[in-house]
Write a protein that binds this ligand. Sequence first.
Ligand SMILES: *Cc1c(COP(=O)(O)O)cnc(C)c1O
Length: 374
Amino acid sequence: MPVRRVPVSQPLLGPEETHHVNEALAKGAISGFFGDYLPMFEQEFAAYCECKHGVSVSSGTTALHLALATLSIGPGDEVLVASLTNMATFFAVLYQGAHPVPIDSEADTQNLDPKLLRARITPKTKAILVVHLFGHPVDMDPVMEIAREHNLYVIEDCAEAHGALYKGRKVGGIGDIGCFSFYANKVITTGEGGMLTLNNAEWAARARNLKGLAFGDKNKFMHKDIGYNYRMTNLQAAIGHAQFGKIEQIITAKREIADKYARRLGGRDDLQLPVEKPYARNVHWMYMVLLAGRNAGRRAEVMRALLQKGVESRENFLPYNMQEIFINRGWTRVDECPVANDLGLRGFYLPSGPAISDEEIDYVCQSLIEALDQ
Ligand SMILES: *Cc1c(COP(=O)(O)O)cnc(C)c1O
């Protein structure tokens, strides 16, 4: 039995969160329609993303779905999507009855490879859905150029990349709509929650209406559309407001954790570490490593050895084209995105919570090196 446990992540919660939640409770402002924390959190977070509008929602998944619904992407439309991602990204496209087209990954950043986009564009293509994976921004200039050429929308899945920079610009405001998650393990959290960030006032109003059952203007119960209840509550926004106050502190911590791991684990030919391209500020949401060389096929063994030492880790995502639920429907083939498959099978992430201590990082590295050298 392990004598200690190093969790993969733990949110940084303190008296600020308690204070703001209690204040919301004391006012009875607990729903998703009323309360000061909702507009406060939306405005501060949107401004942080260099966007005019923030529309809070109940999760990252509902943020993605609401973005696609707002842009009226639906049956008959195709959306180019990074194959290696949390499957929520693909589910959102499927909720709209649109057809997702998986795009393979870059071997180093693990993000979608913009060079592969052009070949997958058809007259039905309506949008590109990029995912800034593990905190590293996608190479957005070529994506935006292709989108302009073909008149496509660009949606950014920023669920893992709050505060990441592409050529000095915040992710979430580079494409048409940014979609964030505030799930418990994300850079900042509201427990469950999400947000759309955007500059187009008309789309912001439409998203806001749709997320609250699309009530009518003059007559509330004459609905404007088939709406959703995707509202974030004021209680969640109260947590979000407190978390927002620590966002740079958390990102600094994550970047320092990554530096420490890199110093201890660098220089091995059986371990590939995360990169930071010259165009990027990587916020290192989770420290994702890839087994290589003689250890390339030993992930299960290595993760088991870590767990025996009390060190938690998590496998990389499995890409869209490896999911049986989609292969069985005839929508994709395993070999459609070979780089993503390879990354998905070799990758796993190490404990990366903002409160991890130097001593814990040393312990994780020592346990990992022992497992690799076995
Ligand atoms: C977490 C995550 C989501 C889903 O967010 P939820 O808040 O869990 O619904 C979507 N995309 C990516 C890339 C994620 O990491």
